[in-house]
Design a protein around this ligand. Sequence first.
Ligand code: PEP
Ligand code: MG
Length: 586
Amino acid sequence: MRRGIAVSPGIAVGTAYVITEIYVGGKSAKITSGEVKSELDRFEAARHRTAMDLQHLERKVATQVGPEEAAIFAVHRSILRDPGFSNHICKLISDEQITAQAALRDTVSYYETLFAKSRDEYLQERVNDIRDIAVRLSAYLSNASQEIKKDLRNGKLIVFADELLPSQVVALGDIDVAGIVTQKGSQTSHAAIIARSRGIPAVSGISGILRQVTTGDEVVVDGRDGSVIINPNEETLRAFRKVEREFVDLKDQLAENRDLPAKTLDGVMLHLQGNVNNVADARAAEAMGATGVGLYRTEYLYLTHPDVPDEQEQFENYRQVIAATPGQNITIRTLDIGGDKTVAYLGHNHQEANPFMGWRSIRLSFEHRDFFMIQIRAILRAAAEFPDGQVRMLFPMVTVLEEMRRLRKMVGLASKQLQQAGVATKRVPVGMMVEVPAAAICIDMLLEAVDFVSIGSNDLVQYLMAADRDNPKVSHLCQPLAPAVLRVLKSVIQSCNRVGKPVTLCGEMAGQHRAFILLLGMGLTRFSMSPAFLPSIKQLAAQVSVVQAKQVLAEALEQKTTNQVRQLLTNLLETIAPNLRLMESD
Ligand code: PEP
Ligand code: MG
């Protein structure tokens, strides 16, 4: 048994499918000189078939998911066409007299070493693309792996990967994935977000697990405590199969709440919304009964685009996401790049000692003013397409009042530019994320400049506790239930409520049962979370009253340690919601 970070709740029992394997088979890598020609031909055939697959995938994803998600495949095709890449492989086959598979593996290591040396994060990202292509090529070079894939298509798959690449996630779309396990990653990594939005149990951060698991192994993934068991004995398997059935039954049962209004046991109405990255997520939010999208992270569009999305492309993308959102009720957040997410064309290839405290979000957007104005205009144009919708614009990482004033001016200017160009516009409420302690402490002074507030607890917690949200070494400190965090959250929520400015919390804690109850007690009624958490939170709300929540909050605020707060809430949950234990994610 291995243990990692539980990033998406639930239990899954299934067959391991290791997707980072670049090649399969134990044959010797050496070939004779007489075999070189046929090996080169085999590589050429695999290259041709991979290119056809990518083209097909690009078209399929463009129509079924969206053109932005498909763009990654164009990047991959261009790498495949790049003479530098294929010549490297062919040269190894001829000069070293090794198989195409071995040449492929050595070429990937060559680029890994080369790009690692460059310290350019953009290039490091491209290593993922190269690995991705190598896996595809490898599938054609090795019939064995094709056969395994065919066999496994009928079973329930637990995908194992170093980290899940965006294109792999999209390509897995037609395969029934029951669980995900990754060596790297944390609560906020791409794989975790995708797993949660699809309701797939997932565990991340188990280093070296790929050396212990083989495709075809029987495995158990426990998204409650982050454990993964490889080839368990019959007895263990039987026990987990039983819990897995209970989890699936509970999910089905909770899904029936989809169309019921969200309200607490004592009748307080709540707004439960979804966090999304793209059109597919907006559809998932709808399927889970969200009343809207409380956070649309637009950086995904930039991160998956082969070059730069222009105003028209952005407009069309935002329009599609708004159209897919329930009631066209959506909060669109402007680009939050920097920190751990980078795009090369924004000149982010300089190294920063503290990227999370550095040139991130609006700090970066202000410096690329024209580029930023394009996004603001695209959002305003898309909003105007839905006269009956409720589209809001949200700015990340606001730290001081001057920034908010400057942002408002930019929105005003963008609106004027559109009117002058004869484009219809509509007033769009403007809000700020509260995720920097300075803004949280002075929130009463910032409120005059905003129409609404959204608390980004993922960042607020890491900054308050001075503990990187992606670093497992300090995860014991990066805790949303820490007394310091609770005090600050309570003060922000109450300041907003006092002056009637709508306040939502859109960090991961909105979907965590213990935190949800405390937030309810603080007077919060708007929550935005990974769509998969919506049904259980709706059910939990129906089983807890605001009066109870206020009582437990008062007690929690007296506790001196996070563990004590946690225990208090665990005790309450055991009495009011033992039925939801399987859906807990914290
Ligand atoms: C947050 O910080 O809580 C948040 C919702 O934004 P992100 O996770 O994208 O930083
Ligand atoms: Mg944030």
